[in-house]
Design a protein around this ligand. Structure first.
Ligand SMILES: Cc1cc2nc3c(=O)[nH]c(=O)nc-3n(C[C@H](O)[C@H](O)[C@H](O)COP(=O)(O)O)c2cc1C
Length: 190
């Protein structure tokens, strides 16, 4: 069982990072092989809508997204972590998601499995937001659920915490970290 964590925050050691680390620890405690990619450390050009991917289901842009496609293909479980930024996912996260247009093309244009095989994959979304508004996570959830659906990754739920703003503030909520650890355990047990 391979679990891929995708860290979408620009802040290292920030709130989504801390939650993601707990999810991954929980998964590892159940014997999963875990790997986390940090989008902010990668060069991921936004999708250019050139439609080159319609030919072979591959993006022609040779940047770090090529590595991310490989990690997504190898993973059985995917944990996407992004803070809310201007009511949506972070720019780093959205750039990665948009580059999955190549996988959309694989599935809907070329009629092939988007991640290369038909194994059952499952995904979890982790997020935090500084505010406490109603429906704070809805725009991010719409984007993330659409992404999982296109990639044929079954939606395994979300772990979201409003009212968390300062870097590392989530650590003052041990229950949140515990929930994250348990969610990681459940993700691989299911
Ligand atoms: C560019 C930017 C935009 C943000 N937009 C929102 C927002 O629309 N709503 C909100 O509740 N918090 C917003 N925040 C606050 C972050 O969601 C919050 O600080 C969060 O804890 C950051 O998580 P991180 O430590 O994982 O990066 C924004 C922060 C930044 C830097």
């Amino acid at each position: 069982m391979r679990v891929l964590g995708i860290a979408g925050s620009p802040r290292r050691g920030g709130n989504t990072d801390l939650l993601l680390a707990e999810v991954m620890k929980g998964a590892a405690s159940k014997g999963a092989e875990v790997k986390t990619v940090i989008l902010n450390d990668l060069e991921i050009t936004p999708c250019q809508h050139c439609d080159a991917c319609f030919e072979a289901g591959k993006c022609k842009i040779e940047d770090d997204m090529q590595m991310v496609y490989g990690e997504l293909e190898r993973a059985d479980r995917i944990v996407l972590a992004s803070p809310v930024q201007f009511m949506g996912v972070s720019a780093q996260t959205k750039a990665m998601i948009d580059r999955c247009q190549a996988l959309w093309a694989r599935k809907y244009v070329l009629k092939r499995p988007p991640l290369g095989d038909k194994r059952e994959r499952k995904g979890l979304f982790v997020s935090v937001a500084g505010m406490k508004l109603a429906n704070l996570f809805e725009p991010s959830l719409a984007t993330v659920k659409a992404w999982f659906k296109v990639l044929d990754i079954a939606y395994g739920g979300e772990l979201v915490f409003p009212g968390v703003d300062e870097k590392g503030a989530i650590a003052q909520n041990p229950d949140a970290l515990k929930q994250a650890f348990l969610a990681g355990q459940r993700l691989v047990a299911e």
